[in-house]
Design a protein around this ligand. Sequence first.
Ligand code: ZN
Length: 432
Amino acid sequence: MRFDTVIRNGTVVTAMDTCVGDVGINGDKVSAIGAQLPVENAGRVIEAAGHLVIPGGIDVHTHLDMPFGGTTSADDFQTGTIAAAFGGTTTLIDFAIQYKGQTLRQAFDTWMKKAHDKAVADYAFHCIITDLGSAQLEEMAQLIREGVTSFKLFMAYPGVFMLDDATIFRAMSQAAKYDGLICMHAENGGAIDVIVQKALAEGKRAPKYHALTRPTTAEAEATSDRGLPAYAETCPQYLYLSLENMDAPGFEGAKYVFTPPLREKWHQEKLWQGLAKDTLQVVSTDHCPFCFKEQKELGKDDFTKIPNGGPGIEHRLSLIYTGGVHGKRFSPNRFVEVVSTAPAKLFGLYPRKGTIAVGSDADLVIFDPNEEQVISVKTHHMRVDYSMFEGIQIKGVPKTVFSRGRAVIEAGKFVGRPGAGQFVRRQTYSVV
Ligand SMILES: [Zn+2]
């Protein structure tokens, strides 16, 4: 048997198993996993002894090239997917936004164009619905057939994204009929808006009031259910940062203005435990970068004008490995599950992605579990002028990253090609 590439002697970690062995790649697929695969005729042999070989990370919540709050998120599909790849993420699910009066098709086409020539790794889309007439209701079924199998609805941002209960109910019913999945931004937007207006009237305009006007009760009310099957994500910022970050001097707190907001520090451990115990299934990033200069500054005198979002696409795997595995909260297998396998299953990418198996896409990361780095804006690859995680030490770093059999990152360098990433038609979800 001949291989294009053999990754030798790595510790192959999936959500289920750990074994030391070789992974053979032909074309864009994994073609063999075993002990001592023949390497005589292999196109390329990579030694991975002492390293983990894991499935490429899947980030199911990113906002690249997204217009918001009078500006546009700072990473496009090129810089965003490159930064993602440096961090070991090889598939993104971004959001195609349907603006009021548009068809869902227009939203999908617009975002496909943004990604097409730029993405260096694979991508898919959720569709954000803001307007659901009978034509768009029919389109939901069509999009599901074309591989856009999940829809994002907002219970917050009145006047922009927020939907009324009737629309939410119609969307959920239609999704149920065609096996689509609804992703919900769950905060009581109406109540929050009243609190925000009151704060502004009292002259409370600093960045931290963004968090203080969005109380946990507004989230609790929006997430309560009757024990129905629901899954939940968290993001590294909620595991590493807290309300204290928003007390930074001057306007610095604006760097941490995103939604849902940061909470008191004690929430962090609860969230880690949620991941350990599977109350939370997925770690995504909600990557939505705005530069501090000129973008975040739009809200210098009024926190409601600060573009909401933070940059996080690059360090998800390292941060979760550091706090989860080195922090002795869960196993390397659970790490793989929350950053890759569970997202793949929920969003219809499994087993093509999210695992290492014969026939799966060769989206692979050779990960050094013991290398240490300090996160900094000086070394990151995101196109944004600050890091939310500045100064945080990580232990566990991606070294070589493959997207469908092609190296994208090697020896700390980007070696991929813009436009090489492909749109992935997703299946409907399966139970995690
Ligand atoms: Zn988001």
